[in-house]
Design a protein around this ligand. Structure first.
Ligand code: IMP
Ligand code: MG
Length: 193
């Protein structure tokens, strides 16, 4: 199966180092917000991480272990690519958001910012609940024009406009377990433009 991989874009060591940096920075930023509010170490449990399934599964698992602070971990499912498509058909919620985000510091985590539709949708739904802050963290940001303008606060890597797999990202549901960010062999992707 991994024979379908054409080349590595970002290797394991580079991912691990960047995830460590990002986790540290995010934790420091959240602690600064909480301290500014006069909140103590416990802060009433007001830090919520929302991971966008399934792509952010592996990234989030590594990221939160680099964030030494009290937090809750929530999942939302958003679909954008039906089947083996590689073109976003717009984002749709496939699960409900947690209902208790009011006054919390929310971090939305996704694998990649591409057209922007997924993160725009999740962010708008989170904002409806009047959280204290909302931040967006992505491992990858594709250098393409966005369908919807949405700014990420934390970006692991900017990548060119190529379809990538691995470290959580899939093609037709597969390759999420590939430990690196990689490009698939040409004939496999690009059949639906
Ligand atoms: P957006 O809504 O177009 O920004 O797309 C975001 C979603 O599409 C991400 O959560 C990914 O799951 C998926 N996606 C976008 N680009 C790629 C890619 O190159 N490989 C795999 N999944 C991707
Ligand atoms: Mg996704």
């Amino acid at each position: 199966m991994m024979l379908d991989i054409e080349r590595t874009l970002i290797d394991r060591e580079a991912i691990a180092e960047r995830v460590r940096e990002m986790g540290g920075q995010i934790a420091r930023d959240l602690e600064r917000d909480l301290a500014a509010e006069g909140a103590g170490q416990d802060h009433g449990g007001r830090v919520a991480i929302i991971a966008v399934m399934t792509g952010a599964l592996i990234f989030t698992a590594d990221l939160v272990r680099e964030m030494p602070l009290k937090l809750s971990l929530e999942l939302v499912t958003v679909s954008s690519y039906p089947g083996s498509s590689t073109m976003s058909k717009g984002a749709a919620m496939r699960s409900v958001l947690p209902k208790d985000l009011r006054g919390k510091h929310v971090l939305i985590v996704d694998d990649i910012l591409d057209s922007g539709q997924t993160l725009d949708l999740v962010k708008r739904l989170v904002e409806e609940q009047a959280p204290a802050t909302v931040r967006i963290c992505v491992l990858l940001r594709k250098l393409v024009p966005r369908v919807v303008e949405v700014a990420a606060d934390y970006i692991g890597f900017d990548i060119p406009n190529e379809f990538v797999v691995g470290y959580g990202l899939d093609f037709d549901g597969y390759y999420r377990n590939h430990p690196e960010i990689a490009v698939l062999r040409r004939p496999l992707v690009g059949g639906d433009a």
